[in-house]
Design a protein around this ligand. Sequence first.
Ligand SMILES: *Cc1c(COP(=O)(O)O)cnc(C)c1O
Length: 387
Amino acid sequence: MKVQFLNLVALYDSIKPEIDENIQAVLNSQQFIKGPFLDEFEAALASYLGVNHAIGCSSGTSALHVALLACGVKPGSEVVTAANTFFATVEAIDHAQCKPVLVDIERAAYTLDPNKVRTSINENTGAVIPVHLYGRLADLEPLIGLASSHGLPIIEDAAQAIGAVRNGYGIGQRSACATISFFPGKNLGAFGDAGAIVTQDDTVAKHCRQLIDHGRLPGEKYLHASFGYNYRMDALQAAVLTVKLRHLSKWNERRRQIARQYYSQLKETSLILPIPDDGTSQSVHHLYVVRCAERDKLQRYLKTNGVDTGIHYPVPIHLQPATKEMASSNGPFPIAESTSKQILSLPIDPMMSDEAVNYVCLHVRAFLEEIGAQAACKETSLQPVMR
Ligand SMILES: *Cc1c(COP(=O)(O)O)cnc(C)c1O
């Protein structure tokens, strides 16, 4: 058996007539920039997420960049975020001419450690960006208290977490705004690059709309209130996303089922598994990330048996060639570093069959039996890298 990491062809095949029809409608209209297809998607997205505003963007990265500007984060200020995120989070901070200040994560949740956020805030801090890694929402509760006492906006990097819920709230409902990525491999994937900002705040929304569209005044073609960017979402992407959004709840529910299946079949092994969903937190399981002390061997073993896996992410931000100075300026990041060597993303995808999940579990267990206790992720193996 072969198990792909993500089967986008099968996903497309399952809704092909609907998608093709809407793409054809855009082609017939020849309205590729702004227009009714974008309006329709933005309204549907805002309604799906229960927020007042959704603003389509060209990518998740441009959404984060504009979100920082629209929230009034000044050039030169520090923006606090997680050391284990995808590179784009800190790139967007750099685009806004701000300085990323990394903090370490909580070991089980892989999201910002609020105590470390507290000690990182100073008079130069301009914003906090929690990253809802792997589709599970970071706990905003302690961050909201912290941020409001310092007058700081919280901007959620929800690139991986569309549809996730924690304490009864979804993304963008309790922060200044949240940004989403519709990169093809995300839970709601476009046919190319796309992203969005969602917010309850009228002023932030207005500012975002202006910035993504050359600083244009609302409804004006040749009047520009400020310099902005060409960061709009294409109508073709909006048309694809409108159709796919109708299926998102079902797809996210299927991911939850698969996560439960993985949990029940692997919970007795030595692997460290993602925190299961409960009454307070419902993840959208963008990735199903397990930890194994013999991660590389496990990955090779699965590959040999036809199972594709991934590593998200193998190199923490402060160890990137581009950003190495961050290691000394606000490290160490022992948890981000040690987990990066042990994490392995198992295949999870709404089109995955129960048989495929069983097959993956069978081979994970066979590997663990073969190598025995070495695979255990003991706390003692989680020492920081010293240098
Ligand atoms: C995908 C992703 C982004 C960037 O989104 P793009 O649409 O690729 O620009 C940012 N942050 C995180 C956590 C992501 O996973």
